[in-house]
Design a protein around this ligand. Structure first.
Ligand SMILES: N[C@@H](CCC[C@H](N)C(=O)O)C(=O)O
Length: 271
């Protein structure tokens, strides 16, 4: 028997995922598919898989699977792309959309030019579980923990080019302090309220950008007196603006969402 699954490859600041509308193409084993399809040489190539679905609490739901098949609670760049997807593929004509995620309901505000969504602002809710980590003699820096629904470890250093991310990223991701592993960000202040950040993502490795990671970095910068409440976070694949709203305590992240291509997976399955 042949099954056909239509998908769309999209990226937010270079953080690329395979998006599937599960109301049309239900995916029974997303963990396995995320691993298979994310592979660059033998699959489609991506940082993971994002499933768009229905919700009884919000306009749509989003599930995010990393390239290693693990499911995450939230994806900042992915949520912007979901906003673009549901609007441009005619699943809604709303420009303010509620999105049900494992880390709660997020509100997306779409900025539309003609029929195209250019940027999306996501109300990411409040940062949680912030705390400082003094590594003692183990590492020559201090780090800040921030949860944006998913866990982040942010470290500010003077020169981001000196960090060996492929080595230290997985080391910190899997450090015993983080039983659920963690996303790892290294950042440098490069101007007033301007932060250069590189990320090692839990379950996907080095990615070009991480939306929740950018939010965690902006929060850590504010907490440590390195930036104000609103900053630009420049990543390898693009920039997002993060504002920590004083009144609501919520984080508002604004950034691009880009479609790469549509495709169809044709699979032969034994019946
Ligand atoms: N790239 C995402 C975050 C994806 C999940 C993360 N790797 C985790 O396991 O928590 C983003 O843009 O936020």
């Amino acid at each position: 028997m042949t099954t056909r699954i239509k998908f769309t490859k999209m990226h937010g600041a270079g953080n690329d995922y395979i998006y599937v509308d599960t109301t049309r193409y239900p995916i029974a084993d997303p963990e396995k598919k995320a691993i298979e399809w994310s592979k660059f040489h033998t699959g489609i190539g991506s940082d993971g898989l994002i499933l768009i679905g229905v919700s009884d609490k919000a306009d749509f739901s989003m599930r995010i699977f990393n390239a290693d098949g693990s499911e995450a609670m939230m994806c900042g760049n992915g949520s912007r792309c979901v906003g673009k997807y549901v609007y441009e593929y005619g699943l809604t004509d709303k420009t303010e959309i509620t999105l049900d995620t494992l880390s709660g309901i997020k509100i997306l505000k779409l900025q539309v030019e003609g029929k195209t969504v250019s940027t999306v602002t996501v109300d990411m809710g409040s940062p949680q579980e912030t705390g400082e980590i003094d590594w003692g003699k183990k590492y020559p820096f201090q780090s800040t923990k921030v949860s944006m629904g998913n866990p982040h470890l942010v470290t500010f250093i003077d020169d981001i080019t000196r960090i060996n991310l492929p080595e230290i990223g997985p080391e910190l991701e899997n450090h015993p302090l983080f039983p659920d592993r963690t996303n790892v960000e290294f950042a440098q202040i490069v101007g007033k309220d301007t932060i250069r950040m590189r990320v090692w993502e839990r379950g996907s490795g080095i990615t070009q950008a991480c939306g929740t990671g950018a939010c965690a970095t902006a929060v850590a910068a504010f907490i440590n007196g390195l930036a104000g409440r609103k900053s630009d976070v420049i990543m390898d694949g693009g920039t997002v603006t993060v504002e920590w709203d004083e009144t609501s305590g919520h984080i508002l992240m604004t950034g691009p969402a880009t479609k790469v291509f549509d495709g169809e997976i044709v699979e032969e399955v034994e019946s």
